[in-house]
Design a protein around this ligand. Structure first.
Ligand code: ASP
Length: 334
């Protein structure tokens, strides 16, 4: 049987970080360790895969930028456009993995498996989870069932969709979960099992493509504001003053907007800034709500988290989509 070709793209993160001792699982740093140190330890991989590697970045994903997203997306698109490449695996820090994965889920044009993985414990830790996660990511990438599902996230034996999977715990290896919808499946030993699929359009069925944007182009500023008791309009005004073209307002409950915040949102909308109404609550959709929120130009996020709503808004604004009704349709659809 001929081997499948997989391109492994590394971006940094805990999976290649080192602690000062085997018991250190917080406060470690990204150092010289490369993904090769993990690859060398993977059982039977060389017999099954023809591997090609690219280092796209070497950063803690808490410092991720939309410029690196675009660079990564271009690299992945180039790889999957090649006839000899079967799948792409991406190693990434867990902090912003769900945002990067959703960016690729919306922009890539491919049916080939694109699988993210990472680790919650540094490579030096007792029970480091990176190696098994990497092994399982390859297993999912090699499996024909993984085609056409959009971008996948494989950690802790679980296969999540980039659309829904979110980091839920600061330190636990069982951190990623599709809170609103569940996960897509599991990978255990040599068995890749799917139980669900996402009905939301992705990859081939979106209007976005890496070819829409020049390399190294910057994205418009889009800020996220998390609401709370005592909230008022000053931070909304500040976002507009520093040049935001979009704001994701993570409101209370079902996206409720405090009375004192609303005048700021009206001012922002009048100035052409697009404001998404999401929630600081972890699950449940944000839609309907008071007529004055809609009249102020707010766009409902439905069940996109604030971080993922920001990704969709960034792409839409970058593509020049600013019409409020068009954006409303997009947020309901994707
Ligand atoms: N801070 C790390 C990162 O996101 C956390 C991790 O990878 O688990 O790069």
């Amino acid at each position: 049987m001929s081997k499948k070709k997989v391109v492994l793209m590394s971006t940094g993160g805990t999976i290649v970080s080192s602690g000062e001792s085997a018991t250190q699982t917080t406060g470690y740093r990204l150092g010289e360790l490369s993904i090769n140190a993990l690859l060398d330890q993977l059982p039977d991989l060389k017999d099954r895969i023809e591997l090609e590697q690219e280092a796209v970045s070497h950063i803690d994903s808490s410092s991720m930028t939309s410029e690196i997203w675009l660079k990564l997306a271009r690299h992945v698109q180039t790889a999957v456009d090649r006839d000899d490449v079967d799948a792409v695996v991406i190693t990434h820090g867990t902090d912003t993995m769900e945002e990067t994965a959703y960016f690729l889920h919306l922009i890539l044009k491919t049916e080939k498996p694109v699988v993210f993985t990472g680790a919650m414990r540094p490579a030096t830790a007792l029970s480091a989870d990176g190696i098994l996660n990497l092994y399982n990511a390859f297993q999912v990438a090699l499996d024909n069932q993984s085609k056409g599902l959009g971008v996948l996230m494989v950690l802790n034996n679980t296969i999540g969709s980039a659309r829904f999977s979110t980091k839920t715990n600061t330190t636990n290896v069982a951190t990623f979960s599709g809170l609103n919808t569940g996960d897509l499946g599991s990978v255990i030993d040599n068995a890749v099992m799917y139980f669900n699929h996402s009905t939301r359009p992705h990859t081939m069925a979106t209007p976005f493509s890496v070819h829409d944007f020049d390399a190294n182009e910057s994205f418009p500023r889009v800020d996220i504001l998390l609401s709370h008791a005592d909230d008022d309009a000053r931070l909304v005004d500040a976002c507009v003053a520093i040049g935001a073209k979009g704001i994701v307002f993570a409101g209370l409950g079902n996206g409720c907007v405090p009375e004192k915040v609303l005048p700021g949102i009206e001012r922002a909308s009048k100035a052409g800034v697009r404001v998404i109404r999401s929630s600081r609550v972890f699950t449940g959709p944000v839609f309907n709500g008071l007529s004055e929120w809609k009249e102020a130009g707010m766009i409902d996020a439905w069940n996109l988290s604030a971080a993922k709503a920001r990704v969709l808004l960034l792409l839409a604004l970058k593509k020049g989509i600013t019409d409020i009704d068009t954006l409303r349709e997009m947020f309901e659809r994707y």
